[in-house]
Design a protein around this ligand. Structure first.
Ligand SMILES: [Mn+2]
Length: 195
């Protein structure tokens, strides 16, 4: 039976002690929620916004990405705003639902590489529309969510061993190989495997 393993990492921009990026991985009931967040700017104000995103998502009962994104947009009004990408994966069916607003990246590497599409905007400031993208993870697939502090155009050619690595190793390698020094960076890797 297929199962999920996952890992995340966050690193502050050079010269900062706190990160404006945050990640959240929640295993609940029949699924796993993965949220990646980039509070606008750097330092303490960005840190506070992304912390508020995590705190709010954690206490919600719905795991519907569209409802959560729209709810966050209301919660963040008056703040500096944030880019957020979130995926809910059903651990029985491996069905995935993704919604994102702003400049975060979602990709699935594996037998077939595909991108998860975020809509333009900034949560708390302006959101034109939300679209939920659906997919299904198969054993061997790696769901990768990251912020713009990681180069968005890396491929398996740049990291050929990824599909053989554990989620934890892949997270560290992506941060190390493709992270930018002068931006907060964060990454989530969710691996679907058969073992
Ligand atoms: Mn950023």
């Amino acid at each position: 039976m297929a199962r999920l393993t996952y890992h995340s990492a966050v690193k502050p921009c050079r010269g900062q002690f706190v990160s404006g990026d945050a990640t959240l991985l929640l295993e609940q009931n029949d699924g796993v929620m993965a949220v990646i967040c980039d509070g606008l700017g750097h330092g303490r104000p960005a840190f506070e916004v992304s912390r508020a995103v995590n705190a709010w998502v954690e206490k919600q009962t719905t795991r519907d990405p569209e409802a959560l994104v729209l709810g966050l947009h209301e919660v963040l009004k008056g703040s500096i705003g944030a880019a957020v990408g979130m995926a809910w994966i059903n651990t029985t069916t491996m069905a995935l639902r993704y919604a994102g607003i702003g400049n975060t990246v979602g990709k699935i590497f594996g037998g077939r590489e595909r991108s998860l599409i975020s809509r333009p905007g900034t949560l708390g400031i302006a959101v034109a529309s939300v679209r939920v993208q659906e997919d299904v993870l198969s054993p061997g697939d790696f769901l990768v969510l990251h912020t713009d502090g990681i180069s968005s155009n890396f491929t398996l050619v740049d990291y050929p061993m990824m599909l053989h690595d554990k989620a934890e190793t892949a997270t560290g390698e992506i941060m190390r190989r493709f992270g930018k020094d002068y931006d907060d960076s964060s990454c989530i890797v969710v691996k679907c495997s058969n073992d």
